[in-house]
Design a protein around this ligand. Structure first.
Ligand SMILES: Cc1cc2nc3c(=O)[nH]c(=O)nc-3n(C[C@H](O)[C@H](O)[C@H](O)COP(=O)(O)O)c2cc1C
Length: 230
């Protein structure tokens, strides 16, 4: 492992959903394989590993998907009240062609057989597992200086057909993946006034949901401070 890679805390802080910062250069094969390997090491319910990764680089396929997403963007825009539509208008929601590489992450509910250990009472744990693979991929890519942008403005049946998913295997995400000029420090949706994040102290509850939580954010320990993490 090279010394100049980021710590996990640094990668978590730096990670961004990327749309406009792709350089246009393709991610090289060795780096691509490392970030896919990181994804494939994710935890999964019953060790079912229900994910697959379809790497898409054919410019015609990238363009076809980008056109489909543009249509879905218009549908979303047109359903918004005027004030929200005006806020949404300048927001870029994908970098499909510019990134040069799409990774379609798919989910197979039949992987692991009929008795998946741990999925009996919570069927969604299968999809949760695929999403954990995505987060591993996202953080590993960030550590490599590679941007990732999750696109979900699509009709799942269209995407399944576009990349030839077999019946029963469903798409979970299209990820735009490529080298970036920079990572923004503030999420696009905050920068463009769509929605801001909330403080951790609002998300943490003591003993029961809604129970008085932490009145102030606790001080960062050295372990979570990206500037001091090992
Ligand atoms: C399940 C999921 C779907 C998303 N879909 C889109 C999308 O279609 N287009 C987009 O621009 N961003 C999409 N995003 C990115 C979010 O907008 C982004 O994560 C959020 O605004 C926080 O920004 P950050 O990831 O840079 O911290 C998606 C994120 C997730 C987790």
């Amino acid at each position: 492992m090279s010394e100049d890679r980021l710590s996990v805390y640094e990668a978590i802080r730096l990670r961004r959903d990327v749309r406009a910062e792709f350089t246009g250069a393709p991610v090289d094969e060795a780096t691509l394989w490392r970030i896919l390997d990181a994804a494939h090491r994710a935890p999964s319910v019953g060790n079912s590993q229900p994910w697959d990764f379809v790497v898409v680089r054919d410019p015609a396929t990238l363009r076809r998907f980008a056109e489909h997403v543009a249509d879905k963007r218009v549908e979303f825009h047109d359903a918004l009240p005027p004030e929200r539509a005006a806020t949404f208008q300048p927001i870029k929601i994908e970098g499909i062609v510019e990134s040069g590489t799409g990774i379609v992450v798919s989910y197979d509910h039949d992987r692991g057989g009929p008795q998946v250990l741990g999925r009996a009472t919570v069927p969604e744990t299968g999809v949760y597992s695929a999403v954990l693979a995505i987060q591993n991929l996202w953080l590993a890519a960030t550590a490599e200086g590679i941007g990732v942008g999750w696109v979900s403005f699509y009709d799942p049946a269209f995407l399944a057909d576009l990349v030839g998913l077999p019946p029963g295997i469903r798409p979970v995400a299209w990820l735009c993946v490529g080298p970036v000029h920079e990572f923004q420090t503030v999420p696009d949706l905050e920068r463009f006034g769509w929605r801001t994040g909330r403080p951790l102290s609002e998300a943490v509850h003591r003993e029961t949901f809604g129970g008085t939580g932490f009145s102030d954010e606790p001080p960062m320990s050295a372990a979570t401070d990206a500037t001091t993490a090992p």
